[in-house]
Design a protein around this ligand. Sequence first.
Ligand SMILES: NC(=O)c1ccc[n+]([C@@H]2O[C@H](COP(=O)([O-])OP(=O)(O)OC[C@H]3O[C@@H](n4cnc5c(N)ncnc54)[C@H](O)[C@@H]3O)[C@@H](O)[C@H]2O)c1
Length: 276
Amino acid sequence: MAGMANEATFPTGDIMKGKRGLIMGVANKNSIAWSIAQQLNAQGAEIAFTFVNEAMERRVRPLAESLGAKIIVECDVLKDDHMESTFATLEKEWGSIDFLVHAIAFTDKTALEGSFVENTTRQIFKDTMDVSAFSFVDAANRAARLMPKGGSMITLTYLGSERTVPNYNVMGVAKAALEASTRYIARDLGPKQIRVNAISAGPIKTLAAAGISSGRHMFTFNRRAAPLRDDTDVRGVAGAALYLLSDLGLSCTGETLHVDAGFHIVGMPDESAELA
Ligand SMILES: NC(=O)c1ccc[n+]([C@@H]2O[C@H](COP(=O)([O-])OP(=O)(O)OC[C@H]3O[C@@H](n4cnc5c(N)ncnc54)[C@H](O)[C@@H]3O)[C@@H](O)[C@H]2O)c1
């Protein structure tokens, strides 16, 4: 299946040669961030990784080391001391960085089903915003201080920010905040030659996607209604990341780039889409 292209090979070259950066959000080999890491590595980038906690370290460390990573640090974005030490380590080891990948989101499972208005408590709303939107603002601010010669940052978002999607609920609201934050960060950091963009990916089978009720319906509906009549291939997301994070993406900032087999342009699916 196209969405499961994590065993795929990625086009090699030297587009990212001489560039160093941080990738936040690898949990396992199905993570979107892991495909992005492989693509950037295949083009010569040197990458530092974070993992969220000790349990995740067991999965992330071997993956990161397989790409020759030397900086692999624990970073729960809800903890200021973790954020502080992550960027202090980068400054100590590298002095500066060229790119940042933010691929982090989380909400309580109870909020990813049923009624948005009934299931979103004040605490869930705040926590979801904190992990899934504010963390990009925080990381971007810290990363920018390590980009004296300019750089590029991306985050990952989903169409549930622009349209309602069953069960996506409070995460859609957080993604709307994330996309708006991307534009404001892009405005602030533009004069420093730092580009800031979001990739809006279609459904891809990952740990995060597994938490959404009726995920199966989401995949089927997208595949049948999308102009390309296919799942979103994670290699396309990794390719978009390469474009945005490398000099190929010059002049592109504040953008939300959809990589979703074209699903976002469809107002009404064709009769032949057989959605039932
Ligand atoms: N899978 C999809 O269909 C899809 C589509 C569009 C956008 N996205 C977005 O892509 C990004 C990556 O998700 P994924 O689908 O690869 O799933 P994933 O589960 O592999 O990645 C989510 C990551 O968030 C991290 N995380 C959660 N809470 C954290 C915290 N407090 N501190 C630090 N890290 C934390 C997890 O450890 C994990 O690495 C997310 O922002 C997600 O919303 C996913």
